[in-house]
Design a protein around this ligand. Sequence first.
Ligand code: ATP
Ligand code: MG
Length: 218
Amino acid sequence: METITLALSKGRIFEETVPLLAAAGITPTCDPEASRQLIISTNLPHVRLLIVRATDVPTYVQYGGADLGIAGKDVLLEHGGEGLYQLLDLGIARCRLCVAVPRTFDYAQAVRLGSRIRVATKYLKSARAHFAAKGVHVDLIKLYGSMELAPLVGLADAIVDLVSTGATLRANGLVEVETIAAISSRLVVNQAALKVKRALLQPLIDVFEEKSRDRIAQ
Ligand code: ATP
Ligand code: MG
């Protein structure tokens, strides 16, 4: 039997995807937070979920390890999107990619003076493109997490990171100075799978589309 494999990360994306799956009549048989299983079956014998790191979702879909995936726009911008169709904005896991600096750092003046700014981020590609477009000179420092820490210990003048409420920035004495991009999660599909398994995939894509249209209209 032909199967559908959907790659997604646990945490907020999984939680916000459960209602979308429910609308398509799909119920996972276990919760990835509670289980160590990386392949989760569902009530439908031909549908399974792969639980992978958020940054690995586009790679699994690109190489056909999964037919479909759900990934943040931030992750897709860094990946580049080769081999994928970005089908839908699901409107889930919404936040923004921002430049933030310590309250005491005069970012506008540093930009005006043409100073070199040290920026810590895990989003090298997006950060590079953003500062290049503005003509701001930066030294990028790659980190894998807790970017907010970098300015506090003098590792960087600024960070590029995701922000939703801004509570983490505030708690670390940082302020948002620029928005680089609005972020939400997208449904991506393997290009070959869309051709070969169209009949199987299309009904699921249609339900996701209907649900996300409602959500984005809100
Ligand atoms: P980890 O936090 O385990 O290191 P991660 O940061 O890659 O992994 P998540 O925190 O679950 O994984 O983030 C997954 C996606 O959710 C991100 O790629 C982004 O699109 C979105 N996201 C991240 N932080 C927020 C947030 N604070 N609010 C809303 N969406 C967010
Ligand atoms: Mg995270």
